[in-house]
Design a protein around this ligand. Structure first.
Ligand code: PLP
Length: 396
């Protein structure tokens, strides 16, 4: 994928995040150009004909491809170590396209039940309307995955660590089950980020991101990306995206492309801050429980550390006093802002039971450990001492 060295040396992911996908114009600009164009002109009718027949390389229409969007895709693929990538308008467009391009009526999808709310809607509600059945399992239970595989299972889908209670799933074990069944393993790697977890090294076939989160990292643009081998993209995904049109805007692609240059730095600092905050919360008497994969108290700490470089930037915790306690605490915060977004340089806190997961039945929430006192904190890039002081005050 890399085009960055003339003698074909393979570069490390951190270098790819800075240089990957660069394709300079004749002006020799240092920073990547932004191609805000929906269409392209051809030298002749013959040239247009050749482009449409795929007989010569080049861009045809920005619903299918655009130089800035392509640069973002190539940089993401180089960073992830994937053969190729396709960008989408949002993270949900990435998840939905990765599923719909590959599935047909009569197929079965097997998924972990602890999912981002909209992902769970796709698996549980949307796919069955089109004849694709689905089963949700406790993703931590490897036997449960094995038992739920059916002859028509085509996709296994999971998110690790999961939203919002940060359950960790053994990627390698689930990849082996998927491959024994002739199915693809699709991973939503948003919480871990490409910096801290590389699912393809553990056997994942397809990795999806909401680029809206840490990839942009500053809460500006929506975007998504699907990474896979060339065959999955050429045979299934590319044409699906071309015909259905969930395309990423070139402007957003440019923002994401430039943000990738600082992703590694930001994510590692996010994780350092989150660990400090998690340790503080764990030691506080006003806190019932803390969920953070980077803490030894996390039930799957060892597994988390075997597939992640650090615990990530999301910390979940239960405050005493249920919903009222959680609301009172959150309303008293001054540095941490109340928002359901995550992966931003600003620290953001949300109450999953009444926002991101309010669509679920109380039983489904209980099953996922989403209690009334649970809060999800996306730790930002502020000074962790200010974050801790802010929470200390709010707890008092
Ligand atoms: C935000 C998010 C999504 C959806 O991404 P959008 O860009 O908001 O569409 C999917 N999965 C996870 C884990 C997320 O956090």
């Amino acid at each position: 994928m890399s085009k960055t060295t003339r003698d074909g040396r393979t570069l490390r992911p951190r270098t790819e995040a800075v240089h990957g996908g660069t394709n300079r114009t004749a002006f020799g600009e240092t920073s990547e150009a932004l191609f805000l164009t929906s269409g392209y002109v051809y030298d002749s009718m013959e040239a247009a004909e050749r482009r449409f027949k795929n007989e010569e390389p080049g861009f045809v229409y920005s619903r299918f491809s655009n130089p800035t969007v392509r640069a973002f895709e190539e940089r993401m693929a180089a960073l992830e170590g994937a053969e190729d990538a396709r960008a989408t308008a949002t993270g949900m467009a990435a998840v939905t396209s990765a599923m719909l391009c590959y599935l047909k009526a009569g197929d079965h999808v097997l998924s972990s039940r602890a999912l981002f709310g909209s992902c769970r809607y796709i698996v549980e509600d949307l796919l069955p309307r089109f004849g694709v059945t689905s089963t949700l399992v406790d993703g931590r239970d490897i036997d449960a995955w094995k038992k739920a595989v059916q002859p028509n299972t085509k996709i296994l889908f999971l998110e690790t660590p999961s939203n919002p209670t940060l359950e960790v799933i053994d990627i390698k074990a689930v990849a082996d089950i998927a491959h024994a069944a002739g199915a693809k393993l699709v991973i939503d790697n948003v919480f871990a980020t490409p910096t801290l977890q590389r699912p393809m090294e553990f056997g994942a076939d397809v990795v999806v991101y909401s680029a809206t989160k840490h990839i942009d990292g500053q809460g500006r643009c929506l975007g998504g990306v699907v990474l896979a081998d060339q065959q999955f993209i050429s045979d299934y995904l590319a044409n699906f995206l071309r015909q259905t049109g969930p395309s990423l805007s070139p402007f957003n692609a440019w923002v994401m492309l430039k943000s990738l240059e600082t992703l590694d730095l930001r994510v590692r600092e996010h994780a350092r801050n989150a660990e400090a905050v998690a340790r503080f919360l764990e030691g506080h008497k006003g806190i019932e429980r803390v969920f953070y994969p980077g803490l030894p108290s996390h039930p799957q700490h060892d597994l988390a550390m075997s597939q992640m470089e650090a615990g990530g930037n999301i910390v979940a915790f239960e405050v005493k006093g249920g919903k009222a306690g959680a609301f009172r605490f959150s309303n008293a915060l001054q540095v941490v802002k109340i928002s359901n977004n995550l992966g931003d340089s600003k620290s953001l806190i949300t109450h999953p039971a009444t926002t991101t997961h309010q669509r679920l039945t109380p039983e489904a929430r209980e099953e996922l450990g989403i209690r009334e006192g649970l809060l999800r904190l996306s730790v930002g890039l502020e000074d962790s001492a200010d974050l801790i002081e802010d929470m200390e005050r709010a707890l008092a």
